[in-house]
Design a protein around this ligand. Structure first.
Ligand code: AMP
Length: 429
């Protein structure tokens, strides 16, 4: 098969790395990709939302299958675009159409969906300009802290957790009345705060069958000890020691099955990944959010643990035959540590020359924000620059490998957290 991956981060490098190992892949393309993907695939300088250019490239390179990495093209309807075009509809695509991607694209939709199908989640109501005053009154009746969520896509920034009524009202005002997140905050959810430990469970579905992939925990804050500003993710761990078989069974019964049945009931033919962000509240799973794609950096710890041929797995997903596949997961730990550019997640440095030594044994290095400059050197090209996954029989082994590899990579202003996975050591039995 000729395969095209859309995206340019660590997630897409991981997909490419795994697909490049498959004898079933003839030619591999990544659009737009990064310096890492260019070493194992052909990068195409096409943006993920440029559907016409993606279509033209798909015809030119005789693409058989497309795997969509990020959410934006999904929410904007890249799958619908292909399915509605006679010259393109034979191409298999892993990713939901726009109706399915609403699970991520509209928090109002996904919350109503959870309520309708009795999927455990924090209580919530949605407000907008027309009922702003009602929203304020509702807000005053909630206990603190209060969670405010922009309905639409806001590049991971649309959630505010207010510790006081004053802050909550201020944030609510800015979101609804001053369009703080643009169109995304036309509607705002006021949601119950859930107290517990977060983790993510990933479901792969072909529209009727499903596989639950290894779970993961990510680390969102910039600082050690989970302090400071929110980021796209500074590291991840899989498996999650407190998510034992009982807990995952609860997730499957109370969340995964009702979600998939709900989608079928709504007439949504969902093909692709569902990333279920969960809060473990005293051993009970609650949904915080759905995403219509894999997570980044979670992919970098989930996929190295999957033993299956990824082309077979993706082909079965797009082709509706996931029931013929037995998912095989390695009995090991994976931890990834993301190195970021100085200043990230605010304004950050770019264009610094990087030194990337060969990966140590039991490590894999995935590029995120990197590119080749005109002198053929790899340079930084994003906030999250590169991530090092360590594998080991134990959490601690994987952690040390990941840290060791991260410390060997050099570029001006490099920063990484040295505590990814440390908090989970206490849960290891
Ligand atoms: P989201 O963009 O929905 O993933 O939310 C971003 C982060 O906000 C999550 O990863 C959680 O840490 C936090 N969060 C979202 N919803 C809640 C909630 N209902 N209770 C507690 N924390 C939440």
């Amino acid at each position: 098969m000729n395969i095209l991956i859309l995206g340019s981060g660590g997630r897409e490098h991981t997909f490419a790395w795994k697909i490049a190992q498959s004898p079933k892949c003839s030619k591999l393309f990544v659009a737009p990709g990064n310096a890492g993907t260019s070493q194992i695939a052909t990068n195409l300088t096409i943006g993920v939302n440029d559907f016409e250019a993606i279509a033209a490239a798909s015809v030119q390179y005789k693409i058989d299958m497309i795997i969509v990495g990020p959410e934006e093209p999904l929410v904007r309807g890249v799958v619908d675009y292909f399915k509605q075009n006679d010259a393109l509809k034979h191409i298999k695509i892993v990713g939901p159409d726009a109706s399915g991607a609403r699970l991520e694209g509209s928090k109002d939709f996904s919350k109503a969906f959870m309520q309708k199908y009795h999927i455990p989640a924090g209580a919530s109501q949605t407000f907008q300009k027309s009922n702003f005053q009602e929203g304020l009154a509702y807000l005053e009746k909630q206990s603190l802290p209060i969670v405010l969520k922009a309905d639409g896509l806001a590049a991971g920034k649309g959630v505010i957790i207010a510790e006081s009524y004053e802050d909550a009202k201020q944030a609510f005002h800015e979101m609804v009345e001053e369009s703080k997140f643009g169109e995304a905050s036309t509607k705002v959810l006021i949601e119950q705060y859930l107290s517990g430990i977060e983790l993510s469970v990933f479901v792969l579905t072909d529209g009727k069958n499903y596989k639950i992939l290894p779970e993961a925990k990510d680390y969102k804050r910039i600082g050690v000890g989970d302090k400071g500003l929110n980021t796209g993710g500074m590291g991840a761990v899989s498996p999650v020691p407190f998510a034992d078989a009982d807990f995952i069974a609860k997730v499957e019964e109370k969340i995964v099955k009702p979600t998939l049945n709900g989608l079928i009931n709504e007439g949504i033919h969902y093909v692709g990944f569902i990333f279920v962000g969960l809060m473990n509240v005293d051993g009970e799973p609650y949904v915080i959010e759905y995403n219509a794609r894999m997570g980044d950096p979670e992919t970098e710890v989930v996929f190295p643990r999957i033993k299956n041929d990824l082309v077979e797995l993706m082909d079965a997903t797009a082709g509706g035959t996931l029931d013929t596949i037995e998912l095989e997961v390695a009995d090991n730990y994976a931890i990834t540590t993301v190195s970021v550019a100085e200043g990230y997640p605010e304004d950050y440095r770019k264009g610094d020359v990087m030194e990337i030594p060969s990966a140590l044994e039991d490590t894999v290095v995935f590029h995120a924000g990197t590119k080749f400059n005109t002198e053929n050197q790899v340079v930084t090209n994003g906030g999250r620059v590169i991530t090092c996954t360590g594998l080991g029989k134990t959490l601690e082994e994987a952690r040390l490998k990941s840290q060791e590899m991260a410390s060997l990579i050099a570029f001006e202003g490099k920063y990484f957290r040295n505590d990814i996975g440390k908090d989970l050591l206490a849960f290891v039995k």
